[in-house]
Write a protein that binds this ligand. Sequence first.
Ligand code: SAM
Ligand code: SF4
Ligand code: SF4
Length: 367
Amino acid sequence: MTHNASPILLDTFGRPLRSLRLSVTDRCNLRCQYCMPEEEYRWIERSEILTFEELTTLAGVFISLGVEKLRLTGGEPLLRRDLPRLVALLNTSLRPQRSANGNHGASAAASSSGLRDLALTTNGLLLAAQARDLRQAGLDRVTISLDTLHPDRFRALARYGAVQDVLAGIGAARDAGFDGLKINSVVIRGFNDDELADMIDFGRSAGAEVRFIEYMDVGGATHWSASQVVSRAEVLDRLRERFGPIEPLNLETQGAAPADRFRFADGTTFGIISSTTAPFCALCDRARLTPDGLFLLCLYAHNGLDLKHPLRAGASTDELRSLITERWRARRDRGAEERKTLRARGPLFQIEDLRRDVHLEMHTRGG
Ligand code: SAM
Ligand code: SF4
Ligand code: SF4
């Protein structure tokens, strides 16, 4: 399925298509206030959700156009039944060349075209039970979302679940052999901004790199307000007060990764994803696919291109390639930068918009 795409597919601003987020379900076992604050949600019909085979076919088409990184997300991806089977399918179909010792790591496949990095973003609740199977199926990397270390705060933020289960998931991932673990922590003023240093200490002890995420006014964040955003500058100031000098590491930005990375004097590294105050749209090489196959060019996009119907109607690989190519070539999206220029900034979508179209929701788009 993987064949080299040449010339490189570029959008109107010269940005290549290099990474794809596959949202494998819109369902979630948490209700984080910054993502799913409502009492009730409408879900995508099960019959509309792409099968593992359909997901793999579409991912293969994207890879043939230059995508190298896949990230499984949701909703909560570990709620998707038998997820390790999808991982195995993606791994064996889209990453044919492995090193002689059987490793699936990014470095092992770096010299070949195709899938180089297969990652997962999860809230971690179900990770302890699945980490080993996911690793064995060929998953390279795991990012776990963890916003607080306090059990009571966790409940207040996420309504369900227990922080202890997330911590157990992080431990299980490490034991299963995942290195390069990352912890994503959305910082919200007045809620968890007093935990920045504790989170760094926890990450250090857990062998995971913490990435602080600025609270974003994305779909679903209907309670968002600018006053709750803790900026990158403020995060750095507070960490400097506690840990001393911070050295910027700009290694990741070369690869268009969203996190700016930093290092303390003791060598501990961390990242900040400043999508709200210092967006990185100029380098954005990321596309998204919703669980029912809507191809989105931007996290803030108001609409997308349906790939499920052509796929189910029997479109050939070349036809699917043409649809994606045409869409990416016309891409002008730079949603976060545009939001930043607004004078009065509030939630991106109103609750009525979200009820009308579930594709506008963060938990459908995958973050
Ligand atoms: N359920 C999984 C999880 O929470 O890791 C995967 C999906 S979740 C939508 C992906 C990421 O988006 C999470 O790290 C979450 O913290 C982040 N996120 C959701 N809403 C956000 C918001 N309003 N601002 C910043 N990050 C947000
Ligand atoms: Fe669920 Fe993730 Fe959204 Fe929290 S951030 S509600 S865990 S999809
Ligand atoms: Fe990319 Fe859109 Fe996010 Fe900007 S806002 S970095 S264009 S996904």
